[in-house]
Write a protein that binds this ligand. Structure first.
Ligand SMILES: *Cc1c(COP(=O)(O)O)cnc(C)c1O
Length: 381
């Protein structure tokens, strides 16, 4: 039922009009490739919200309440992405509802403004923790953590993602206990922990005051949305730092009212999806690709489950380069420069292998991908 078809009958072809090259995304829901694709239920909710206006405050409160119920946590809000959840979460901890302080940010004089983070949790997105004016205090062990905590400490941060291959410096239990001992609010970045959507519920149960998620990745909500969930006080403080308040730091992190609805329905739909059925649907798409590649000598195809924090299925393509005379980067380039342009996944940390993702692949595109891969490989035999 949630199987996705690209609607073919649009009155206008906007991309064509303005000269944008369409491409088939066989790489996955990466931000630079337009994120995940929303389920039809989500597009429907957004359409509803576009035409039926409600007062933004009332709508956001009601949506937050519903999301919190589904996540089995006290409170929730829709943000403009996991990055915004981090900015608003730190702003919440520094201002705690004080209107004067809210209007001062990113100047943080007179406020607790230090965010504690573990050494192995420093990552690409941690700039968001400084955006509201906070300073980062990096600690490498529990002793350093205890020594770092003081009257200036605003928040203790935790990264839950496959971004920290070296592991945690301090076990989570101990980290949370130390935070509780000193009454310091805690924040978990769980952005990439989905699917399954039930991981949101599990993340909220870990004991952090706030948990941030991306909406446009595994939850398949609007590209520009995210979630901030947890303690009611801190969610209220975070909201006070956000649009529609005109003098708030987060005024520029506006979320459209229809996206509030879209995010709610995305989470609801993602929770109701049977992961196995979803995998089966992807396996069918992969078989439509591999069926076309069976007789190519030197090629091996294998569907595998990447079981990092996020369970995702990939199709691995591997070939004997003495038979098929082409490197993986050459293969990727040929697919991308062909017609239609096809983007597959080749990640350094996945060993630079050629992987096909069916996450954003629409019905029918699988056939095209199989045909193009066949063409490209056959010309190098
Ligand atoms: C993608 C990502 C973010 C940023 O998410 P947005 O929703 O795009 O703002 C933050 N943290 C981690 C671990 C991520 O993977």
């Amino acid at each position: 039922q949630s199987s996705y078809q690209v609607p073919t009958k649009f009155k206008r072809d906007y991309y064509k009009e303005i000269g944008v090259t369409p491409f088939i995304n066989a790489a996955g829901g990466y931000s630079a490739y337009g994120g995940a694709r929303m389920r039809p239920e989500v597009a429907q909710a957004i359409r509803y919200g576009t035409y039926n206006k409600a007062k933004v405050g009332e709508l956001h409160d009601a949506v937050g309440k519903r999301i919190a119920e589904m996540a089995k946590t006290p409170a929730a809000m829709v943000t403009s992405g996991a990055t915004a959840s981090m900015v608003l979460g730190t702003a919440a901890c520094m201002t705690r509802g004080d209107k004067e302080k809210i209007e001062m940010l990113p100047t943080t004089d007179g406020m607790p403004n230090e965010i504690i983070i573990q050494k192995n949790h420093r990552y690409t997105y941690d700039r968001a923790l400084m955006a509201a004016g906070a300073k980062m205090i990096t600690v490498a062990n529990a002793d350093e953590l205890r020594a770092a905590i003081g009257s200036k400490t605003a928040m203790m941060f935790w990264l839950m993602a496959n971004h920290n291959p070296e592991g945690d410096n301090i076990p989570m239990d101990e980290y949370l206990n130390i935070a509780k001992e000193h009454n310091i609010p805690t924040f978990l970045d769980g952005a990439t922990m989905t699917p399954p959507a039930s991981n949101v519920i599990d993340a909220c149960a870990l004991g952090f005051d706030m948990v941030g998620f991306s909406g446009g990745k595994g939850l398949r909500g609007p590209y520009s949305a995210g979630l901030l969930l947890g303690n009611s006080d801190f969610i209220a403080y975070a909201k006070a730092n956000n649009s529609p308040n005109s003098r708030a730091l987060g005024r520029g992190m506006k979320v459209a009212p229809e996206e509030y609805l879209g995010m709610m329905v995305a989470f609801e739909t993602a929770l109701s999806i049977d992961e196995e059925a979803d995998f089966d649907e992807k396996r069918v798409k992969f078989s439509r690709i591999t069926d076309q590649l069976k007789d190519i000598s030197g090629l091996t195809t294998k569907v595998f489950l990447d079981e990092g924090l996020v369970a995702e299925l990939y199709l691995d393509l591997d070939w004997d380069q003495s038979i098929i005379k082409m490197t993986v980067p050459e293969f990727v380039e040929k697919l991308e420069n062909g017609t239609p342009s096809i983007r597959i996944r080749m990640l350094k940390f996945a060993g630079g292998k050629a992987h096909i993702s069916a996450t954003v692949l629409a019905e029918g595109q699988d056939i095209i991908v199989g045909k193009r891969i066949r063409d490209v490989l056959m010309t190098s035999l």
